[in-house]
Design a binder for this molecule. Structure first.
Ligand code: ZN
Length: 241
């Protein structure tokens, strides 16, 4: 981590943004900061019971049929209570959503994130976790008993275990504290494993944030943030002879 700078001022890929078709549609964010602010604004509308359900009408559906320019990638837990467009009060074409149990990241997830950031020009990537996460609880139970789950659930548990180790090292034992550590760890892991994403952040075209959602209150909190231009550009990969 180095060189904190003024993020989002570097011109990104040229984009043709869809024109909102109703007077109530929010502005289309073009920078990581604007995108994060827009997510929080939508979540406040959802929490207070005053959602606008923007960009869900037939006119907007037709307007975005020829192309998409989502302003945020949401790498969220698959939990059925964590539907991104609902909790952020957005609509069609706004969010590029990738979901796995415990927001665990494998090659397909990273490839999807890289597609959104490099091809669609999406300026913000959010890791979205939540309290009482079943995937984190399953990992903790498997780790405590030494009994791995059957089938491919092992892959989810294995991906969460490093976060359990980090939480233990920090003396954090409550499940929701562990979840927040797992969210921050997922943010770091994405940047470590995706040189493409790290390069976009280093170039100022993208930011990454971790958010934690409260199931009962419906609120999101930002628990990790990597603003644009705050990571070093990755070393170029050695080219094949
Ligand atoms: Zn979960």
């Amino acid at each position: 981590m180095s060189r904190p700078g003024s993020p989002g001022t570097q011109p990104g890929p040229e984009r043709t943004l869809p024109v909102p078709t109703t007077g109530t549609a929010p502005a289309v964010p073009a920078s990581p900061e604007q995108a994060l602010a827009e997510l929080h604004a939508g979540n406040r509308r959802f929490v207070t019971g005053a959602p606008r359900h923007p960009n869900q009408d037939a006119g907007h559906r037709a307007a975005v049929a020829d192309g998409q320019h989502p302003f945020a990638v949401i790498v969220g837990c698959s939990d059925s209570r964590l539907a991104a467009e609902i909790i952020f009060d957005r609509g069609l074409g706004d969010l590029f959503v990738v979901r796995t149990a415990g927001h665990t990241i494998g090659p397909e997830v990273l490839g999807s994130v890289e597609y959104a950031v490099t091809v669609l020009g999406t300026p913000l990537v959010v890791v979205l976790g939540h309290d009482s996460c079943g995937a984190v609880q399953a990992a903790r139970a498997a780790d405590a008993t030494g009994t791995p789950p059957v089938g491919h659930l092992c892959a989810v548990v294995d991906a969460v275990v490093p976060s359990l180790r980090r939480a233990a090292a920090q003396g954090v034992e409550d499940i929701d504290g562990i979840v927040d550590i797992h969210i921050a760890h997922t943010v770091e892991a994405m940047l470590d494993r995706s040189a493409v994403l790290a390069a976009e952040v280093a170039a100022g075209r993208c930011g990454v944030a971790g958010m934690s959602y409260r199931l009962t209150a419906g609120e999101v909190r930002t628990v990790a943030a990597v603003p644009a231009r705050t990571v070093d550009a990755p070393e170029p990969a050695a080219s094949a002879a």
